[in-house]
Structures are given as structure tokens and as C-alpha cells.
Design a binder for this molecule. Structure first.
Ligand code: GZL
Length: 347
């Protein structure tokens, strides 16, 4: 005998489900129905809060999640926060009110999630953190993380520069004087969104190597918020203000592409006058690598949709998931013999 509350919930959900485009419905893992899936009439609903559309990488990540949900029959309630944490918190609260089976989100910044995640936990809804990490003292607030290892990406970038400049001594003359330079390699950094685990981890990993290397000096670091337009503006400013730049470390390809435009505008030959290391491995950056305008591209994999759906299904069926899953990622550099064999990146 269904109670009035169950009738209300069922009616409310079908109304909202009709508001979202048609979805197939899927039960938990075949052969295993949990009390939860039975109670929910064998469907799984995932509430997903995405941060926005700031880069080609982000748009690919969004498409991966949406395509994987459709392919796996999981009903997806998708919210775009347009780069605002408060919009993400509102979205998570709406998922709780709707009583989704699982909540997944990309935290735009690492801090400020405890209260809303406590509400999700108290509502009995498991939370999957994806792509970027959160900082919390309470490990019960989320079930697990799947995404990139930002610290390792920063370490790879630093190690490439150490190898590159070991063979590049003395340094080429600066524009201020015609004499070859013997001082430290002068590095500028275009960092990502302030407070995001992606920017924090990349900067930390980078400095864990170069900070201890007296042959390198990070002379300027500015946040371009992962945006191409800001990468262009900041690089123009740095070229005008910094006497000589030997290398650029850019936290994403979008900002790198903007920086390349700025360098060309100032008569700088990218990849030669300034050595460039970039993260994401979107197609345009791979093309620049092949053209010799970028020297190293570190992959950051956006195509986590299928794994997110697998983890969602496990959580909806009351199964445990790993606390930390880092996705496989590669490093592409100018020395690779098989650059022409890199398959189309899809973003
Ligand atoms: C990294 C991801 C970053 C990408 C950017 O995990 O969060 O955000 O590197 C994107 O391109 O905007």
C-alpha cells in the first residue's frame, strides 16, 4: 500500500522528469537489485553540477558526461553554474530536494562545500566529486573522487623544463643586451582559477621541482582563470614588463593559445624565443606542438563520463567505490618520434 508521500514523490518526479528531455531508465547492476532500486521503481537519477564552459576542455567534459548518461540510461539532471560557486550550492540543494539517487559535481574551488555536502549526507544521498578536488576535514561528506592528478601535471611540466634547459646553456641573449646570459632560467606562469585544486596542484607540483633548482627562477605568476582572453592580456603585459622571459608554464591550453597570439603580436617566436609548456592536450595545442610553437603538452583527460556513470550506478546500488581514482594521462613533447600518430583529440 503506497503512502500519500510516496504518491506525491512519484508524481513530482515524473513532472520534473518530463521537464528534462526523454530518458530511458535503468536499474542497478543487472542481477542485483538493491532495496533502493526496488523502492525507486528501478531507475537511477544523477544530479550533476558542472562549473561552466570556460574552455574546450570543459565543454568536452560536459559532453562526455551527457553522452555517457544517455548511453547508460541514467537519468541526468544537469546544471551549469556559469563559474559561480553559489550556483553550484543551489543546484546541489535542488538535487537534494528532488531526492536524486546520486549527486556528482566539479567543485570550481576547493573550499566552502562542507555545509551543503552535510545536507546531502543527512538526506542519505551519496556524493561523487569529479575533476577537481575539495578540501574538507570530514571524509564522510563524499563517497569518492575521480579526476586528474594536478600535482603530477605540475611536476611533469617542471621536469620537461629541467631537461630542456640542461641542453640550452648559455641562455640566448636577452632583448636588453646582446651578450649570452648565464643566470637562472626566467620562467613566467599563467595559472588557472584561484582556489581551484587544478591551479593549486599544478603550481605546487611545479614548485616542488623548480623551487629547489637554483638554475630556475619563477619571475612572475598571474591567474588567467583558464580563459584564452586573459592568457592573451596577461602575456602582453608580461612581455612589456619582464626584461627577459625564457619559458612559460601555462595551466591550460586555452590560456596558452591566448599567450601565443600575444607573443606573435610582439614579434616573439613561440617555442623558440620562449619555451612553452601547457596542460590539457586539446587539438589546437597538439597542432601547435607539431608546428614547433609549443614545446610540451601534458594531457589532462576530460572524457570521464563513462567512469562517472559506472561509479554512479555502484553508489545507487549501495556498493562502495574507491576514495581516489586518478585517470590515465600522457605527456607529449617536441622530441616524440610519433607526434603525427596522435589520434584526433575530440576537443
Ligand atoms: C583540470 C580542469 C581544468 C582544465 C581547464 O582538471 O579542471 O579546468 O585544465 C578547465 O582547461 O577549464
Amino acid at each position: 500500500m503506497r503512502t500519500r508521500r510516496q504518491d506525491y514523490r512519484a508524481a513530482a518526479r515524473w513532472l520534473v522528469a518530463l521537464a528534462f528531455a526523454g530518458f530511458a531508465l535503468v536499474s542497478c547492476a543487472p542481477g542485483k537489485t538493491s532495496a533502493k532500486s526496488k523502492a525507486k521503481g528501478d531507475d537511477i537519477i544523477l544530479g550533476f553540477s558542472q562549473i561552466g564552459a570556460e574552455s574546450a576542455w570543459r565543454n568536452c567534459n560536459t559532453k562526455s558526461v551527457q553522452d555517457a548518461a544517455a548511453a547508460s540510461g541514467i537519468q541526468l539532471l544537469f546544471e551549469n553554474a556559469e563559474q559561480k560557486q553559489e550556483n553550484q550550492i543551489k543546484a546541489i540543494r535542488s538535487f537534494i530536494a528532488y531526492q536524486v539517487d546520486v549527486i556528482a559535481f566539479v567543485p570550481i574551488v576547493s573550499d566552502g562545500w562542507d555545509n551543503v555536502l552535510r545536507e546531502a549526507r543527512d538526506a542519505g544521498i551519496p556524493v561523487l566529486v569529479t575533476d577537481r578536488k575539495i578540501t574538507t576535514a570530514d571524509e564522510t561528506l563524499f563517497a569518492g573522487f575521480i579526476g586528474t592528478d594536478s600535482d603530477r601535471e605540475g611536476i611533469e611540466a617542471a621536469q620537461f623544463l629541467e631537461d630542456k634547459f640542461r641542453a640550452r646553456r648559455p641562455l640566448p641573449p636577452s632583448r636588453a643586451s646582446s651578450r649570452p646570459r648565464v643566470g637562472p632560467v626566467r620562467v613566467v606562469e599563467l595559472s588557472g582559477t584561484e582556489g581551484s585544486s587544478a591551479a593549486t596542484g599544478r603550481a605546487r607540483g611545479f614548485r616542488s621541482i623548480l623551487g629547489a633548482d637554483k638554475d630556475f627562477e619563477i619571475v612572475r605568476s598571474e591567474s588567467g582563470d583558464f580563459l584564452r582572453s586573459k592568457g592573451y592580456e596577461i602575456m602582453l603585459k608580461l612581455l612589456d614588463e619582464v626584461p627577459h622571459i625564457d619559458a612559460l608554464f601555462s595551466h591550460n591550453d586555452g590560456m596558452t593559445l591566448g599567450a601565443l597570439d600575444a607573443m606573435r603580436e610582439r614579434g616573439i617566436v613561440p617555442g623558440q624565443d620562449i619555451v612553452i609548456v601547457s596542460i590539457d592536450a586539446e587539438q589546437a595545442a597538439i597542432d601547435a606542438l607539431k608546428a614547433g610553437e609549443v614545446n610540451c603538452v601534458i594531457e589532462c583527460n576530460p572524457k570521464t563520463g563513462p567512469s562517472i556513470m559506472d561509479l554512479t550506478r555502484k553508489l545507487a546500488c549501495g556498493q562502495p567505490i574507491p576514495r581516489l581514482l586518478h585517470v590515465e594521462e600522457r605527456v607529449f613533447s617536441e622530441g616524440d618520434p610519433n607526434l603525427d600518430e596522435i589520434p584526433p583529440r575530440g576537443y
